[in-house]
Design a protein around this ligand. Structure first.
Ligand SMILES: Cc1cc2nc3c(=O)[nH]c(=O)nc-3n(C[C@H](O)[C@H](O)[C@H](O)COP(=O)(O)OP(=O)(O)OC[C@H]3O[C@@H](n4cnc5c(N)ncnc54)[C@H](O)[C@@H]3O)c2cc1C
Length: 297
């Protein structure tokens, strides 16, 4: 830590590292029970995978049972509160308003201090106990140290395990490890991959698309064979694009390699894929998308 840079020290009951849905809800739950909470989040918004940056909104929080028994299951609690606020304040699902709604829920609680744009890079230990974590806030060029009674690692990638030397494992466990009958017989290191999605919109006139130079070329439908590590399962991949704001969930890579340390290379490849797929839709064959424009990647 460079001593000439500005430093800030915060004290609280609970420090939450990572402000995705798990971190945001952990912070809210604790704060509503009276705890003083600091959330250290490395992005400018909350939500993680569910934020406007990734658009993985938690649709799985509800499920429709077969029509005949007419039951509609929903997860309740904070996820339901967030959904209801979205229906009220963001009925057409504008992704930046989605971010703002979650941000409001945390900002409204005076027990919560948000440290956005702050990446946790260090942890101080006293024996086996964490006493503080330190993050770099890039927007203010400030080292932020948070001292707390308890810490929650909600970083998605277990940054505190690495920083503290805690025991952890990566991948899918074998049945024998925890006596789980539904686990596989032999453990492996597979995880979820990284994904890059696209949003598109229909306009009232033809729109040209010139791909960036790094885009891959998918001239034929069968060329999607090379577009993902699982792509031999179901060729050609479905590339019908709708107006829901996030399409092409299968543009995912990395679950069978190191989805943390290889992320930069995976991002480059996924970007080359997604622009190549849009080029294919617009310029290779008839996909009926002459009037459509790329809106978001
Ligand atoms: C393509 C795809 C499809 C998916 N489909 C489903 C599905 O159908 N159903 C389902 O249940 N789940 C699904 N998931 C998984 C789901 O999105 C994740 O399980 C969920 O988002 C995890 O939430 P989280 O808050 O734990 O982590 P995240 O959303 O990853 O949030 C962690 C946050 O911590 C921040 N962070 C990381 N490191 C640091 C650090 N050092 N300092 C500060 N902040 C840090 C990150 O920027 C992020 O904002 C899917 C995921 C993907 C990618």
């Amino acid at each position: 830590m460079n001593a000439s840079l500005k430093k800030k020290i915060l004290n609280c009951d609970l420090c939450v590292v990572g402000g995705g849905l798990s971190g945001s809800f952990a912070a809210l739950a604790a704060a509503r029970h009276g705890a003083k909470v600091v959330v250290m989040q490395d992005r400018p918004m909350l939500g993680g995978n569910a934020s406007s940056e990734i658009r993985m909104c938690p649709r799985g929080a509800k499920c429709r049972k077969p029509a005949e028994d007419a039951i509609y299951d929903r997860e309740t609690g904070l996820i339901s509160e967030l959904e209801e606020r979205q229906i009220y304040g963001n009925p057409t699902l504008v992704y930046s308003i989605w971010d703002a709604t979650l941000y409001s829920m945390l900002r409204e609680n005076e027990n919560i201090t948000l440290c956005l744009n702050t990446s946790c890079v260090d942890a101080e230990m006293d024996g086996g106990k964490i006493v503080s974590v330190t993050g770099w806030q890039g927007t203010t060029y400030t080292w932020v140290t948070v001292e707390a009674k308890l810490f929650a690692d909600c970083s998605g990638d277990s940054i505190l395990a690495t920083l503290t030397g805690a025991e952890y494992r990566v991948g899918r466990e074998a049945k024998s490890e925890f006596g789980e009958t539904l686990a596989q017989d032999v453990a492996d290191n597979h995880t979820m991959g990284m994904s890059i999605l696209l949003g598109a919109k229909e306009t009232d006139r033809p729109v040209k698309f010139t791909p960036p130079t790094f885009a891959k070329t998918f001239a034929k439908e069968s060329d999607f064979a090379s577009s993902g590590e699982n792509s031999d399962e179901n060729l050609p991949r479905d590339h019908e694009v709708g107006t829901n704001g996030c399409n092409l969930w299968w543009n995912e890579l990395g679950g069978m390699v190191d989805s943390i340390h290889d992320t930069e290379e995976l991002r480059d490849e996924l970007l080359a894929n997604i622009y190549g797929i849009w080029d294919h839709i617009k310029n290779q064959g008839d996909h009926g998308k002459e009037n459509w424009d790329l809106d978001w990647v």
